[in-house]
Design a binder for this molecule. Structure first.
Ligand code: ZN
Length: 384
């Protein structure tokens, strides 16, 4: 304190000088800008990280990695939700070690983020952090199962073009994977990416359909893609030329999905959109679709006349739990799952549009948006 009083006259002098400077600056502001002294030239080189990647490590964490920068003493990892303006600093990583950071999330609820990594230059006189790459990620991992494999589903040729369910749903599945990953940052695991399926070392018919569901272990959601067929002729029609009125989407949930409001929401969105789009395209004769709620999921076949009733989200019980093997498999590994029967391929009008390339992109779009939008995710492809 004594020392302060000794220095008091100097402090007062400094304050007086500062006030006088401010007064001059204010006076200058009032009369317009005066001559500006040139700043000392700073020629610092921008350094920025590249190849920033982010992906779900667990439902509660997202891993961020990037390419090392030789001029860096460290890195600052930043995050923001797509609708947020400012970036939030998550932490600092020293250079020299692994260029990796684990973002531990506050919960396992679906979350979507953008990540950025800034450089802390070792020599700040020479280098400055530039704008680095941005990566998008969510904490959602979806197992996509394009049903069947080549030769395991029927084929019908109309006007020189052949419809095979196994080929069509593979087309839908690959497009769905790309939309989920590129547009929403949703991670995808595929049961197959070409005409054959190989799971747990078993190829095609060697494996059981249940294996497809078991393969989703560790995922947050399982979706099996199909188009539907009537096993028996409807009212005397040839099995491949059935009447338009039977066409409708059906979404079948496994037991876990039936009690998961988020998955029920996804299923409702998919069913409603598929029915509306099939109707718009003239391959379904009514746009109705009955949304369902947790605790009131109808059992498949409960409708008095399933041929003419609107499509619905439902579940089907079998002797060993869920009736369908893929859903039984996913249920056994704790993953809520659904089969999406997009439309009936035993209706000629549907096959024609599928063969003309109209339906696969549309169905992939509907499936992707049903999943992403139920989670509140937005298209972040323009941000990365
Ligand atoms: Zn099928």
């Amino acid at each position: 304190m004594k020392r302060f009083f000794k220095r008091l006259p100097a402090v007062i002098l400094t304050l007086t000088a500062l006030l006088s400077l401010c007064a001059t600056a204010l006076a200058d502001d009032m009369v317009g800008p005066g001559p500006v002294a040139p700043l000392p030239s700073i020629n610092r080189t921008e350094v920025a990280v590249s190849q920033v990647e982010a992906w779900r490590e667990t439902a509660g964490s997202i891993r961020v990695t990037w390419q090392a920068v030789p001029q860096a003493a460290g890195y600052i990892v930043m995050r923001k939700a797509p609708d947020e303006k400012g970036w939030r600093c998550l932490g600092k990583v020293d250079a020299g070690g692994e260029t990796s950071f684990l973002d531990v999330l506050a919960s396992t609820a679906p979350q979507q983020y953008l990540y950025r990594v800034d450089v802390l230059p070792a020599d700040r006189d020479k280098y400055v952090s530039g704008a680095g790459d941005v990566a998008a990620a969510t904490n959602l991992l979806v197992c996509v199962d394009p049903g069947h494999y080549l030769g395991s589903s029927g084929a019908c040729t109309d006007g020189g073009k052949t419809y095979r369910e196994c080929e069509f749903v593979l087309d839908v599945g690959l497009r769905l994977r790309d939309i989920l990953e590129d547009r929403y940052g949703i991670q995808v695991r595929m049961t197959r990416e070409d005409e054959k399926i190989e799971l747990f070392g078993l190829v095609n018919g060697q494996s059981e359909v249940e294996d497809r569901g078991l393969f989703s272990e560790g995922c947050d959601l399982f979706i099996s893609l199909h188009t539907n067929a009537k096993g028996n002729p409807v009212r005397g029609c040839d099995p491949w030329y059935q009447p338009l009125y039977i066409n409708k989407p059906t979404v079948i949930l496994n037991t876990l999905a039936c009690s998961d409001p988020l998955v029920v929401d996804m299923a409702n969105r998919a069913g409603l959109s598929l029915a509306a789009e099939n109707y718009r395209l003239g391959i379904e004769n009514q746009p109705n679709y009955g949304p369902v709620t947790v605790g009131a999921i109808p059992h498949m076949g409960d409708k008095a006349d399933p041929d003419t009733a609107p499509g619905l989200v439902c579940w089907r019980k079998g002797n060993r739990g869920d009736y369908y093997g893929v859903l039984r498999g996913s249920n056994a590994v704790g993953v809520p799952g659904m089969i999406i029967e997009h439309a009936y391929h035993t209706v000629l009008a549907m096959r024609r549009l599928a063969n003309d390339g109209v339906l696969a992109p549309l169905y992939a779009e509907i499936d992707a948006r049903s999943v992403a939008e139920a989670c509140g995710f937005v298209d972040v492809s323009a941000c990365t």
